[in-house]
Write a protein that binds this ligand. Structure first.
Ligand code: 0O2
Length: 240
């Protein structure tokens, strides 16, 4: 998820035109263009702060485990279309204040881990940091969505330090294993939020693929534990 560069004015106008009349758009742009750009810039800073925290944890835990618990970190800033769509769908005002107050997922960080246990270890270590405040936690791994979706979602508040102020920003962090991410990415392309008609076969197959992917996660994690124990045993034998 590459971070979009500074939102340009023409693009923002085009998005707004799909929701408002031309006069209303002109009014909106005059009032909010600069504050919108500022707010998005703060969210980009929050993404950087959170991404750095995970890079630090990955570095430290890789020494302890002798492997990296994080495979990749993806980040994204919610697009203007998605922001407008979500505000409209939820009946919130189309203002910059409303974006910050009502939407929790403008800044998104997705942490792709090797194994399910890594997700819990990392999320707990992250939440123990004294500048992170947990606002919401949804465990779709312990309780998968009916379509089979699995992931751990956190909404947190993190400070960003600007030249003249400290600001608290909300960030959505999603933790997935490689196989949870693989399933979610393909399901997103095939079905998610597409308003497709009921397609029992597609739904059943997607659900089954999610189940198989969960089983593969469990088998891979078991292999990882066996390999780690074997390495520990070898090290102990060598040191005695
Ligand atoms: P994007 O493009 O990833 O940002 P919401 O859907 O946000 O209005 P809620 O309850 O706040 O409602 O969201 P929830 O359940 O915490 O999930 C939000 C995000 O999780 C989604 O963001 C997706 O990234 C992901 N997600 C949730 N459910 C599914 C699913 O069934 N399939 C897939 N592929 N992803 C899912 P966005 O904003 O929809 O999209």
């Amino acid at each position: 998820m590459p971070i979009r560069p500074l939102v340009d004015r023409a693009y923002l106008e085009q998005v707004l035109l799909s929701r408002l009349s031309r006069g209303e758009v002109q009014q909106w742009v005059q009032t909010y263009s600069q504050p919108y750009r500022e707010l998005m810039s703060y969210y980009r800073c929050a993404i950087m702060e959170v991404e750095t925290k995970f890079n630090v944890l990955n570095e430290e835990l890789s020494l302890q485990y002798d492997r990296n618990p994080i495979e990749t970190i993806k980040t994204r800033l919610k697009s203007p279309e998605s922001i407008m769509e979500k505000l409209t769908r939820r009946g919130y005002p189309l203002t910059v204040e409303s974006i910050e107050k009502n939407l929790n997922d403008i800044a998104g960080v997705r942490v792709i881990c090797s194994h399910p246990a890594d997700i819990y270890k990392l999320s707990e270590a992250f939440l123990r940091q004294d500048d992170i405040t947990l606002l919401e936690r949804k465990d779709y791994i312990a309780n998968p969505k009916p379509n089979g979706y699995r992931s751990l979602h956190l909404i947190v508040e993190t400070p960003i330090f600007l030249h003249d102020q400290k600001r608290l920003m909300k960030v959505e962090v999603q933790f997935r294993t490689i196989s949870m991410d693989w399933w979610a990415s393909l399901e997103h392309k095939i079905r998610y939020k597409k308003n497709l008609p009921e397609m029992e076969y597609v739904e059943r197959e997607l659900y089954e693929c999610a189940e198989i992917s969960a089983q593969l996660d469990a088998r891979m994690e078991k292999l990882q534990k066996i390999a780690a124990q074997a390495t520990e045993g070898k090290d102990r034998a060598l040191s005695s």
